[in-house]
Design a protein around this ligand. Structure first.
Ligand SMILES: [Zn+2]
Length: 408
C-alpha cells in the first residue's frame, strides 16, 4: 500500500489485531442472531515519514452511521477539559463577538456551547445526524458534513474563514489526512490559529496502548509527522502542549506558514524527545506486537482463573478502546458478565463482536460482582471516585493496560 501522507510504499507491520467489527457498532438484542461485519484491523508504519496508519479501511459512511453512539458530553472530566480550554484560548487569542470559531467534529456541541455562552460566533462541522441534532438543541449552529477541502472551499466562498479552528480527537480519525489539512489551510483566516488534539503516538508505544487502535482511527501521530503534513499544506506548527487526556495527547497550535508568530522552543524540544525515544527507528515499531500479545494473555489468564473460582467479573465503560481489547482477546459473556456504561444510547444494547450486555451504572450496587474491569483506563480515577461504595463492599477494580493491575 501507499502511505496516506507521503505516498511511499508502506511495508512494515506495527500491529495486527486480526478482524473486528467497527468499535461503535453496538447491537440490539434482535441483531444477535444476524451476521456481523468484521473488518481487518492491521496497522502499518511508513519508514519515510513515520506515519502509522491502518492498512485497510471500511467506508467512512459505514463506520459513522446515524446511530453513532458516542456522545462526548458524557464524561465529566472531558467536559471540564473542554470548558478550561475555551476559557484559556478566548483570553490568549482575545476572541470576541467579531471573531469566528469553527470546530471540526463538534459532536453534541459540548465544547462550542462555551463559545455560545460568551457570545462568540461559532460553527460546528459534524457528519453524524444524531449528534448534530443534539448540538442544535444547545443552540450550537452545525453544518452536517465531513470536513475537507470541499467544505472549506464552500465556507471560504461564503466569507466564513475562522480566527480559530478547533479539532479535538478528529485528526487521527480522517481517512484522507492531506485533504483535511488543506481544508484547514483554506478555512483559516490570515493570522488565525488552529488547535488540534490527538493521542500522542509516543505514549501509545511507551504504554502499550494498543487498545486505542480501531477502524475509525486511521492515523497514529507523532509531532514529527504532523509538522511535515502541516508544512506540505502551507501551514506551520508554532507551538505544542502535552496533555494527560486519552492516556497522553498533544495539542498542536498551527498557523499559516508565513505567519509572524515564531515557533516556540516546545516544538523543537518535543521533536528531539521523539527521536530520543526511538520514533525514527523501525525496531521501535516492529517490536510492539509482542507486548500487545503479552497484555492479552495476562488478561485472559486472569479472567479464566476467576471463572474457575466461581467469581464474577463485570466491566465498566463500553468505549471504543474496550471493544478493541475484548475482541482481540476473544472475550465473551462467559468471562465478562456485563458492561456498565453511562451513555443511555448504549444501555440495553450489546458490545460489537463480544456480545456482552450493556447496563446502566445504577445497577452496579445491586449486582453480585467480585471484580470491575475498567476498560477506559484513562478515566480510572473518575470511575473509582464514582463507585466508592462498591469498593467498600469488597469489589476490586482491575485495569489491563499497560499491564494487568488489581487496584488496592
Ligand atoms: Zn509516509
Amino acid at each position: 500500500m501507499e502511505c496516506r501522507y507521503c505516498g511511499a510504499q508502506v511495508v512494515h507491520s506495527f500491529l495486527d489485531l486480526g478482524f473486528a467489527p467497527p468499535s461503535n457498532a453496538f447491537l440490539k438484542a434482535s441483531d444477535l442472531s444476524k451476521p456481523e461485519l468484521y473488518y481487518p484491523l492491521k496497522i502499518k508504519v511508513c519508514n519515510v515519514c513515520w506515519l502509522v496508519q491502518t492498512e485497510d479501511y471500511a467506508e467512512a459512511s459505514e463506520l459513522f452511521s446515524d446511530d453513532y453512539a458516542y456522545f462526548s458530553g458524557i464524561s465529566s472530566s472531558w467536559l471540564r477539559h473542554a470548558a478550561d480550554y475555551v476559557k484559556k484560548i478566548i483570553a490568549q487569542l482575545r476572541l470576541n463577538k467579531d471573531s469566528f470559531v469553527i470546530e471540526v467534529a463538534s459532536n453534541d456541541g459540548y465544547l462550542l456551547k462555551n463559545f455560545v455562552a460568551e457570545g462568540i460566533p461559532c460553527l460546528g462541522i459534524e457528519p453524524t445526524a444524531s449528534t448534530a441534532v443534539a448540538a442544535r438543541r444547545l443552540r450550537v449552529p452545525v453544518l452536517q458534513e465531513f470536513f475537507g477541502k470541499d467544505v472549506a472551499s464552500q465556507l471560504f466562498k461564503n466569507g466564513q474563514q475562522a480566527d480559530l479552528i478547533i479539532g479535538n480527537n478528529v485528526y487521527a480519525h480522517v481517512p484522507d489526512i492531506n485533504d483535511f489539512t488543506h481544508g484547514l489551510k483554506i478555512a483559516l483566516k490570515p493570522g488565525g490559529t488552529i488547535t488540534l488534539e490527538f493521542p500522542h503516538l509516543m505514549q501509545l508505544i511507551e504504554n502499550t496502548q494498543f487498545d486505542t487502535v480501531y477502524h475509525e482511527h486511521f492515523s497514529y501521530l507523532s509531532l514529527n509527522t504532523v509538522t511535515k503534513i502541516f508544512n506540505s499544506a502551507g501551514l506551520r506548527v508554532w507551538n505544542v502542549e502535552e496533555l494527560s487526556t486519552h492516556g497522553g495527547s498533544l495539542r498542536v497550535f498551527g498557523c499559516h506558514k508565513d505567519d509572524s508568530r515564531s515557533t516556540t522552543a516546545a516544538v523543537e524540544n518535543l521533536l528531539a524527545h521523539e527521536i530520543e525515544r526511538g520514533l525514527q527507528v523501525i525496531s521501535t515499531y516492529t517490536s510492539f506486537q509482542t507486548k500487545a500479545n503479552q497484555i492479552k494473555d495476562d488478561l485472559l489468564d486472569f479472567l479464566i482463573q476467576q471463572k474457575r473460582k466461581g467469581k464474577i467479573v463485570a466491566a465498566y465503560g463500553a468505549a471504543a478502546k474496550g471493544n478493541t481489547l475484548l475482541n482481540f482477546a476473544g472475550v465473551k459473556p462467559d468471562l465478562v458478565s456485563c458492561v456498565y456504561d453511562q451513555a443511555e444510547s448504549k444501555q440495553g444494547k450489546f458490545t460489537p463482536g463480544s456480545h456482552i450486555p450493556i447496563m446502566a451504572p445504577d445497577n452496579i450496587s445491586n449486582s453480585r460482582i467480585d471484580y470491575l474491569l475498567i476498560l477506559p483506563w484513562n478515566i480510572t480515577s473518575e470511575v473509582k471516585e464514582q463507585n466508592t461504595t462498591l469498593a467498600k463492599s469488597g469489589v476490586k477494580f482491575v485495569t489491563a493496560i499497560p499491564c494487568l493491575q488489581i487496584h488496592k
